[in-house]
Design a protein around this ligand. Structure first.
Ligand SMILES: [Zn+2]
Length: 73
């Protein structure tokens, strides 16, 4: 099955879209918008910024078809 690694992140502050390549094996929980410098963190119950602000869910979610990714316990 095809895992999409290219993700378009939408900054909620300035509306900037940034193309990012997602790491395949872990989540990204902090992302700094390159346009306005806003520090993005996941919105609950998401645990990574790609699930909250990206055009596609992160690779762990795509792979396991879960609604949230590697939630820390
Ligand atoms: Zn921004």
């Amino acid at each position: 099955m095809e895992i999409v690694l290219q993700c378009s992140l939408l900054c909620p502050r300035c509306g900037q879209r940034s193309e990012e390549t997602m790491p395949e094996d872990h989540c990204l929980v902090v992302y700094d918008c390159p346009a306005c410098g806003a520090r993005l963190t996941p919105k609950p119950p998401d645990c990574c910024v790609f699930c909250s602000y990206g055009s596609v869910p992160c690779p762990p979610v795509q792979r396991d078809r879960r609604s949230t990714c590697c939630q820390p316990r």
